[in-house]
Design a protein around this ligand. Sequence first.
Ligand code: XMP
Length: 509
Amino acid sequence: MQHNVLILDFGSQYTQLIARRVRELNIFCEIFPYNHFPSDLSSYKAVILSGSPFSVRADDVLHPDLSEIRGKLPLLSVCYGAQYLAHFSGGEVAPSDTREYGRANLSYIKGGETFFENISENSQVWMSHSDTIKELPTNGVRLASTHDVENAAYKIEGETTYAIQFHPEVYHSTDGKQLLENFLVKIAHVPQNFTPNAFVGEMVAELKEKLQNDKVVLGLSGGVDSTVAAVLLHQAIGKNLYCIFVNNGLLRKNEFENVLDQYKHMGLNVKGVDASSRFLDELADISDPETKRKIIGRVFIEVFDDESHLLEDVKWLAQGTIYPDVIESVSVKGPSATIKSHHNVGGLPDYMKLKIVEPLRMLFKDEVRRVGATLGIDAELLGRHPFPGPGLSIRILGDITLEKVRILQEVDAVFIDGLKSWGLYDKVWQAGAILLPVNSVGVMGDERTYEKVVALRAVESTDGMTADWVHLPYDFLMKVSNDIINKVKGVNRVVYDISSKPPATIEWE
Ligand code: XMP
């Protein structure tokens, strides 16, 4: 892949957002820890230093060697980065007297600066810092101030080095994207050529080169990431890609058959393996959620291993790992940063000895969706809600039986079909039904019943880390509740989950 922009992460909660904003400009960028970046910088055209929860005045200050960067490549230093440059280059950084957190407005902008082109005075910016730059570094020229922060932006005379105290990557900095564009496009002349189309072209070429005539095996889940990874690999190596789609017996109603059908229509070389009874037998009488997860993980690997042994000479295992998984595992956790490696399929046995190929490892989720659209993957498949690997097992509270799976599949189908037919499915980030381990009394006709209670859950979220319950229309809830109780034998009560995350989680187990 082309390189272009290097973002050095000093541990800010916003570092991923910087990358998102840069990518929105169709510019490719990569995040590296501040103390662990490539020694060959020849393919990079600009560098951005992120913010940090640490102080440049601390004894154990994060202090990387930037001698190969500063003055050699255009450099933008954000927040901690701006203080870092000031502190170590003849300026002064001190604790601020006033709280400098939240919205502020630029009260002064130096005229005639490309850096601030198309940004007017009073522009709102987002501040989040407790130290402040009292004195600019040697050759520093003030470019902007706010009411409370005199040195809100500066440049170094004679270099293409810029520094800002505020966060352009945060949505509340209204001209943040313009500022990044001014720096990256107008000042650093970085090409804006990172598009889904370009990605597909480059990645297919790269995969062809890397995989040659080797055989690759990939586990499809029906989800967006593994599907897009499969189609991309299929374009590169055709029939040498062997996909395996395992039915663990805990999928949604008819999902195994429907998704398998869809995959075959897409021309993928896919084998459906129905291992339902193997999973359900192993799960018999197990109530503990973590034990359920472990059993499902283990049995999946066993089934996958059995199947890949049936294929001869497989050299590679393909995975749908995406960028947030990759950067989460290298981000700075503190001055004594530990760098972990990431394995999406945690716990693949060593004896499988397959090399790993991860064609989506540089993409964010919405980029994966756009690449999927470019590849012609059905919009319905790309828009599917996330679904947990352990499937309905963690939505059946307590032990799992075939009958409970049947009940929950029916309830879930009424709910999800209802969301689709009411035009609500795409407004919801994730939805599902939960089978509770309690019976409740009801009355149907002249008879009293004592049957199952189900909970419905629908949340809005961007990444699943935080979530809020969706205010579904009462009319919809009324209809779905009626349909469930009338159509699904064994259920006589429906409740709606109105808990946000935190403190609740999305799944109940
Ligand atoms: P929680 O319940 O932690 O879920 O709020 C956040 C997101 O992760 C999904 N989830 C899982 N996905 N294996 C998975 O592959 C799991 O064990 C698992 N548990 C939760 C959940 O559906 C939601 O999207």
